[in-house]
Design a protein around this ligand. Structure first.
Ligand SMILES: NC(=O)c1ccc[n+]([C@@H]2O[C@H](COP(=O)([O-])OP(=O)(O)OC[C@H]3O[C@@H](n4cnc5c(N)ncnc54)[C@H](OP(=O)(O)O)[C@@H]3O)[C@@H](O)[C@H]2O)c1
Length: 258
């Protein structure tokens, strides 16, 4: 299937590794011109080089901490000025810390809000001047399966992702008139560094992964490229009528019906 992404301009946040990088790679492989951002400049440059080498597509990278309003504003402005347009925005950020409700103070809540909610709202607002005149656009938020079925120790994530779900619904409602779609992707377990770092210590990592897969109907952890294929599809011309929705990608792990 030709996804109609050739020549489209895609901005992917938090993309030096993990789900963001895989998403950028999938979009570039479909012929999109990709601009990636994250904090560590060395890792970001290496990711841009790798994506460009693998796909032959143009890849730009601009360092940014999504928590910093000025950096994020400058990032979108620079990204938009590279080609004069932004067709696709993939909102992403590092996940908030895991832990019990009682262990998080106001500062932790504020940090999670700025990183995992406010940054998405800011970028979504900042790309509108680029998307609206073109009569289309795609905003895709990377959130978490915890919006469908809560996970232990994920109170900060769950709270912020639910806010993103509500905001995306509102944006889908308000921006549909411009042909802009707004959707969320809710991953279950996809094998990235974030997941590797949360494996229990003192157990063989392969054993720990096997343990985690026990409750997943498909019997395995997902691959970043499987996640990224959904990002590419939601970015595509074929997905023009999908908006305001949250799609899970979890190998069937969530047993919730709605
Ligand atoms: N993998 C899963 O199974 C899974 C499941 C549910 C939800 N999620 C969520 O999906 C998102 C991505 O997860 P992942 O597994 O891809 O994580 P990851 O492998 O740890 O990658 C995180 C990426 O985010 C960047 N980043 C972190 N903080 C940033 C900031 N303040 N500003 C800009 N970039 C930042 C990192 O680069 P720098 O450190 O250089 O900035 C890195 O490129 C997270 O929010 C995570 O909670 C993942």
């Amino acid at each position: 299937m030709n996804l109609g992404l050739k020549g489209k301009v895609a901005v992917v946040l938090a993309a030096s590794k993990g789900l963001g990088k895989a998403s950028a790679l999938a979009l570039a492989a479909e012929g999109a011109k990709v601009i990636i951002g994250s904090r560590n400049t060395t890792k970001l440059n290496a990711a841009a080089k790798e994506i460009s080498t693998q796909t032959g597509s143009e890849v730009h990278c601009i360092p940014v901490d999504v928590v910093d309003a000025k950096q994020l504003t400058d990032f979108i402005s620079k990204a938009g000025n590279i080609y004069g347009s932004i067709d696709i925005l993939v909102n992403n950020a590092g996940g908030p810390p895991f832990g019990k409700f009682e262990n998080f103070d106001d500062a932790s809540w504020q940090q999670a809000f700025e990183q995992n909610m406010l940054s998405f709202a800011r970028t979504s607002r900042l790309v509108l001047p680029f998307m609206k005149p073109t009569g289309g656009g795609r905003i895709i938020n990377i959130i978490s399966g915890s919006v469908k079925s809560v996970l232990a120790n994920s109170v900060l994530s769950t709270a912020m992702r639910m806010a993103v779900v509500g905001t995306a619904k509102m944006l889908a409602d308000e921006l549909g008139i411009y042909g802009i779609t707004v959707n969320n992707i809710a991953p279950g377990l996809i094998l990235t560094d974030r997941i590797k770092h949360t494996l229990p210590q003192g157990i063989d990592p392969e054993e720990a992964i096997k343990e985690k897969t026990k409750s997943i109907p498909l019997g395995r952890i997902g691959k970043p490229e499987e996640f990224a294929a959904l990002v590419a599809f939601l970015s595509s011309a074929q997905a023009a009528y999908i908006s305001g929705t949250t799609i899970q990608i979890d190998g069937g792990a969530s047993r919730a019906i709605l």
